[in-house]
Design a protein around this ligand. Structure first.
Ligand code: FAD
Length: 273
């Protein structure tokens, strides 16, 4: 059967253009921190508005289909480029494709940022316990870059205090350690503790050791953080988040005082680490 033709004089109803939902940002910088960890900065070429803590949906077109995944935004909305921090999942669908991209290459980015993993300024809590593994630091860098600029410009007086506990297996996986340490050395409202869980593979490391979930309680007590004055944010590895929530619950944090951003769902047979 023939499709009905458009009546004379009526405007043709244009087919929705799938491309309208995407920007085509171009990579302006790439830095590799380890063989499976790297960052990129992209020029979006449009006004991409987001709140620190949100994520973008990035994609790459393949011969048969488009692959898309969520990625927390590292940069602050004040910056004119958007930054991401990736971990390569060798058997994954998208990250091996993203890994091939170099400066000058384009990718796809959905026009709408998403997510509610933003800084809680409404509960009345003034302490913020930011707990993460590896790339899970990304949204926290965005909070800190934004608050730092506000603080320098007198728009933020340190009425919120941020305490970051950042875990990785080895120190070269932190990515943003030097930047965070520099901010923390200047800003009285920021504490940053990187911790290495495999110090035997990183003999030069002189800092904190142990997994993030093992250290949560120690730092919560040391920094005077409890469920009635603190919001906790857990980001990254699903097992760390599960364990971390249990420990915080036992330390008196209720559901409303904990936010989480789980980066992936472990396959059933591989659950546990
Ligand atoms: C809100 C949100 C924000 C995110 N932000 C980031 C970010 O800033 N940086 C980042 O690198 N990733 C981030 N992720 C994860 C990202 O969306 C992808 O899941 C990840 O990059 C893997 O994609 P893939 O297509 O290569 O692997 P997939 O094909 O999706 O996964 C293959 C298998 O690997 C497992 N898997 C996925 N990721 C990992 C991992 N890191 N380690 C071990 N196993 C894994 C999956 O469970 C699956 O079994 C975020 C996820 C969410 C939901």
């Amino acid at each position: 059967m023939n499709a009905p033709s458009t009546p004379p004089g009526a405007a043709a109803n244009p087919a929705p253009n799938i491309e309208d939902k995407f920007y085509h940002p171009r990579i302006t910088k790439r830095e590799d921190f380890a063989s499976d960890l790297w960052m990129i900065r992209v020029q979006v070429g449009a006004d991409f508005k987001f709140t620190p803590g949100q994520y973008a949906t990035l994609g790459v077109n393949g011969p048969d289909k488009r692959s898309e995944r969520a990625y927390s935004i590292v940069s602050s909305p004040y910056e004119n480029e958007v930054e991401f921090f990736f971990e390569l999942v060798p058997q994954g669908e998208l990250t091996p494709k993203l890994y091939k991209l170099q400066v000058g290459d384009e990718l796809l980015m959905r026009k709408s940022p998403k997510g509610l993993f933003t800084l809680d300024k409404k509960s009345g809590h003034t302490k913020h316990f930011l707990i993460c593994t590896v790339t899970g630091l990304a949204p926290f860098v965005s909070y800190v870059r934004t608050l730092y600029k506000d603080w320098k410009e007198g728009k933020f007086n340190g009425e919120h205090q941020l305490y970051v506990l950042n875990g990785a297996s080895r120190s070269w996986e932190f990515g943003y350690c030097a930047e965070m340490q520099k901010f923390a050395s200047e800003a009285p409202w920021l504490k940053y503790v990187p911790t290495v869980s495999r110090p035997w593979e990183d003999e030069k490391w002189k800092g904190e050791t142990g997994r993030v979930d093992e250290l949560l309680r120690k730092y919560a007590d040391m920094w005077g953080m409890a469920g009635d004055n603190t919001t906790a944010y857990l980001c990254g590895h699903p097992d760390m988040i599960e364990n971390g929530k249990g420990i915080l619950r036992r330390a008196g944090f209720n559901k409303e005082s904990m936010k989480e951003e789980v980066y992936w769902i472990p396959p059933k047979e591989a659950a546990g680490h």
